[in-house]
Design a protein around this ligand. Structure first.
Ligand SMILES: O=c1ccn([C@H]2C[C@H](O)[C@@H](COP(=O)(O)OP(=O)(O)OP(=O)(O)O)O2)c(=O)[nH]1
Length: 299
């Protein structure tokens, strides 16, 4: 088995493809381009993953394969594989180095005639951007020892068959997708936490206001009690004083006129009795009559 050289590929281009452009020969391979249809598995952020399907890709239009997603890519070229050869297919190293892995492949049967479908997976960390007619794929042709008696006779793909899309519909929970989901959950939880913290802070404020109000009320009550105690004390004091006055009336104080100034010393002015150490005679208060004292005790 020998692989075809670039000269042989150029010489047989018209037999191999509907687009016999010598520019598509790359070393000993044919370069194939991104064609008119694609399908990318929907990510978590996709609005309607269940109704998501293949998309047309017009000339000049771009498409993306996010990290962790599969894609079906149709080739621009229709390929015909003669019965005495077989083809081998792959993705160009430029895209492999970005993480775009060729899941399907890796051969094209003798007798095949139609477009090819590449199933790829973005195993890299970044979204891969492609566009219509971008040269992304490679096809090698190798001789068989004889024309194959068993070969593909039915026409090959024209577009992406819905049957193969049905096999991989649904959201692909890749590590990247899971990471995104975790990030979203963390963000949701943090929003909820913020709301709870705000609620608790508001309750604390309300509680603080209530405590301040209660303290003010307490102070007012204490002030009322204080005033009442002072008034009650004054009333009780006055009552006790009145009672005391009644029970123990004060004795009248004798008021004596000061002796006339004689120019003598106190000792000289003193009465002879005082000078001799005898107490002076104080006039006695007038005695109450017996009838008066009887009235008081009856009360
Ligand atoms: O990645 C690939 C691989 C193959 N093919 C085409 C060329 C190949 O000749 C044909 C059938 O491939 P294969 O024989 O591997 O598939 P199958 O599952 O056996 O299909 P079938 O029953 O039609 O032979 O599909 C592609 O378009 N893409």
């Amino acid at each position: 088995m020998a692989f075809w050289s670039s000269q042989k590929l150029e010489a047989h281009l018209a037999r191999l493809t509907d687009n016999p452009d010598p520019g598509m020969v790359d070393c000993n391979a044919l370069t194939l381009r991104v064609g008119p249809e694609y399908y990318v598995t929907p990510g978590l952020e996709h609005p309607s993953p269940r109704t998501h399907t293949k998309q047309p890709l017009d000339i000049g239009q771009g498409m993306t394969i996010p990290p962790g997603q599969f894609a079906f890519l149709l080739t621009e070229e229709k390929i015909t594989i003669p019965p005495e050869v077989m083809g081998f297919i792959s993705v160009k190293a430029t895209y492999k180095l970005k993480g775009l892995v060729n899941v399907s492949g890796f051969h094209v049967d003798p007798g095949w005639s139609g477009r090819l479908i590449f199933t790829v997976f973005n195993a890299g960390p970044s979204t891969i951007h492609l566009e219509r007619r971008l040269p992304v794929f490679l096809l090698w042709i190798a001789d068989l020892d004889a024309p194959s008696e068993k070969r593909k006779r039915a026409p090959g793909h024209e577009g992406i068959p819905p049957a193969i899309i049905s096999t991989i519909t649904g959201v692909v929970d890749s590590i990247y997708a899971l990471e995104k989901r975790v990030e979203k959950n963390i963000a949701d939880v943090s929003v909820k936490q913020d709301a709870e913290i705000k609620k608790i802070a508001n309750k604390q404020d309300d509680f603080r206001d209530e405590v301040v109000e209660l303290k003010e009320r307490q102070n007012k009550i204490l002030l009322g009690f204080g005033i009442a105690a002072v008034v009650a004390g004054a009333i009780v004091g006055a009552g006790v004083k009145m009672l005391g006055d009644r029970l123990f009336p004060a004795a009248p104080v004798a008021i004596t006129a000061p002796p006339p100034a004689t120019g003598r010393t106190d000792d000289e002015q003193a009465t002879p009795a005082a000078r001799n150490g005898v107490a002076p005679v104080v006039p006695r208060p007038p005695e109450r009559n017996a009838a008066d004292s009887r009235d008081k005790t009856d009360n």
